[in-house]
Unconditional design. Structure first.
Length: 146
């Protein structure tokens, strides 16, 4: 199964909405952004179960900078879709939503925005909402995926 994750306020905090993973020396040297505590554990568990992890964001961050951030934590998402790629795909398919994971072959998308869930319900794609303040977010995702 392909599982995608939003970044802003889902995996990368805007400010201090949630705890972040310990930043290694490498992460600090290359200027990697902090990622949500539990991300490494969750990605490893999902990959061990045979799932493919993608990043799907409406951020205009470059794919290279996002790869660098995740690599600094030992994580290698198989694909990164940023807003540039997203807008091209949406336009080519006359899709008038903020995100449409179905167009990319994504089975489940994880996001913090309730609006994305509403779009998913209306357009037949599966979204799991994880709010920034949720402490048991890893368990919630694992349970909902079963």
């Amino acid at each position: 199964m392909i599982i995608s994750f939003d970044i802003d306020n889902t995996l990368i905090p805007y400010s201090n909405e949630f705890e972040i993973e310990h930043k290694s020396i490498l992460a600090r040297i290359i200027g990697a952004e902090g990622i949500r505590k539990g991300t490494i554990e969750l990605f490893n568990k999902l990959e061990n179960r045979g799932h493919h992890i993608w990043i799907y964001t409406t951020s205009f961050r470059s794919v290279i900078s996002l790869k660098r951030t995740f690599l600094a934590y030992g994580l290698r998402p198989r694909k990164i879709i940023n807003q540039k790629v997203n807008l091209q795909k949406l336009k080519a398919n006359n899709s008038y939503v903020s995100k449409n994971p179905k167009l990319f072959g994504i089975d489940v998308h994880i996001d913090d925005a309730p609006g994305v869930k509403i779009e998913g319900d209306r357009n037949n794609f599966l979204v799991i909402i994880v709010e920034p303040h949720e402490l048991n977010w890893v368990d919630k995702i694992l349970e909902e995926l079963e």
